[in-house]
Design a protein around this ligand. Sequence first.
Ligand code: XIL
Length: 359
Amino acid sequence: MAMRLGVAAALAPTIAGARAGAADDTIPPLFDAAAKCGLRFGAAIDREIFDDPQYAALAARHAAVIGNINALKFDWLRPNSFTADYTTADKLVAFAEQHGKPFLGHTLIWNDWPPPWLTALGRKEKAATFAAHIDEVMGRYRGRIATWVVVNEPFSPWDRQPGHYRLGPWFSTFGPDYIARALRRARAADPSARLILNEAFCERRDDIGAAVRPALLRLVKTLRDADVPFDAVGLQGHVQPQHGLDHDAYVRFMDQLAAEKVELEITELDVDDSRIPGNAAQRDAAVAEHYRAFVAAVMRVPALTAITTWGLSDKYSWYHEVAQKENPLAPHQPRTHPFDNAGQPKAAFHALIERLSSC
Ligand code: XIL
């Protein structure tokens, strides 16, 4: 853990801001627990905070880093044409600044969810859009977004491409080179920003996990050998027990990544409880156990610098959307997060507090 003490010192100026909310101050802040072990604890949030002051206060109290969920994505900024609407993104970045917290921007280049107008462009126009998007968005927030997830989810084994690359507009324009191009462009657009290459699935025990881990490791080595600039590898950490979890393989893999001299972050932690049987209390206990085991595993890796959750409460869990898509008629009540619908701490919160401060 000695390697992480610098991180704890860097957090000191944000502590006053984090206490400014109207959240329940009888429970300890998550970021405080994590800072004891030299980790930054963050939470990704989105426009729901503008209608729900209690939720805004929860984020302000518990997160040392504020991230966004959707507001900075290409398809959310530019749904109909290249002309962007920055209203929500501007407000989220301002919220983080008001509370003295660094911002984690998600995400610049992702092959998933291209708006139809982008897909319809020719190759040359896509190439120009790629560069203009990175320049404009990073230029707008230069010096204000501390860390950028530049490339999200490069791999998607079910697309059946050599190397397991994910198909989409950026891949079809540049091939796998889109990744190096994005990182170089991002470094030039805001030299002060930390740059992340982000991936999902690596904790999984199944064929997807087994395919993505070596693919990502190979990519990181190739980028390093070619001196492509980036600072950290982000591992999302959407824990989905139904696919099986292999924490030992995951930790070995993280150590292999770290040997390439990159920092590591968990960028999107939550636990999918959709296949966990039982009543609410039983599901809460099982979800807490998954948080506990996952965090304990990743904290064994000295290169880990931060853990960010994908939201904080069940009320705004993205698993509402996932369940709705799977079966619009079925009732769904995800219990995926550290806080319940009313913003009260659950067993998962207590598991996090205990694990984050055990080092
Ligand atoms: C999800 C959001 O949570 C949803 O609200 C949205 O409809 C789709 O995207 N991995 C990622 C995130 O990197 O961007 C995804 O976020 C969740 C999976």
